[in-house]
Design a protein around this ligand. Structure first.
Ligand code: MG
Length: 161
């Protein structure tokens, strides 16, 4: 039996590497390193997509957009987010709200969060007041705290329409 509401959570982590652009929440953030990956490695958008897919038990982004598929090499993750959003809409669900957190030691993300929200709001057609993006450091602990990686987690609530 299906309820009217479905909740999903997503998590992702990518290594930081020299010679890559840092893309988070669909925007480029000035930094000496970027996230490595097959796509643009936008860890925030990846976590968000997995939350949206998870809410409807539709698997994960690895099965929808396999890294072995050359079509997804270097792709803007916002294009993948549009595809996931279409899957949600085709299942007759809409996004109620999104809550995310990015774990990064550097760079400081606070000043970039409004632009990330604007971007996600535009792509999803969702009021900014329904999109939360938070950032935290890891207090120097572990690989993220040592500046080797950035991770993100996301929770999304969907409602049947
Ligand atoms: Mg990823």
């Amino acid at each position: 039996m299906d309820g009217n509401f479905r909740i999903g959570n997503g998590y992702d982590i990518h290594r930081l590497a020299a010679g890559r652009k840092l893309i988070l929440g669909g925007i480029e953030i000035p930094f000496e390193k970027g996230l490595s990956g097959h796509s643009d490695a936008d860890v925030l958008v990846h976590a968000l997509m997995d939350a949206m897919l998870g809410a409807l038990s539709l698997g994960d982004i690895g099965c929808h957009f396999p890294p072995s598929d050359p079509r997804f090499k270097g792709i803007n993750s916002l294009e993948l987010l549009k595809k996931v959003h279409n899957l949600v809409k085709n299942k007759d669900y809409c996004v109620i709200n999104i809550d995310t957190v990015v774990q990064a030691e550097r760079p400081k993300l606070k000043e970039h969060i409004p632009a990330m929200k604007d971007m996600l709001s535009e792509v999803l057609g969702l009021d900014k007041a329904r999109i939360s993006i938070k950032a935290t450091t890891m207090e120097g602990l572990g690989p993220i705290g040592q500046g080797e990686a950035i991770s993100a987690s996301a929770v999304v609530l969907l409602k049947s329409v």
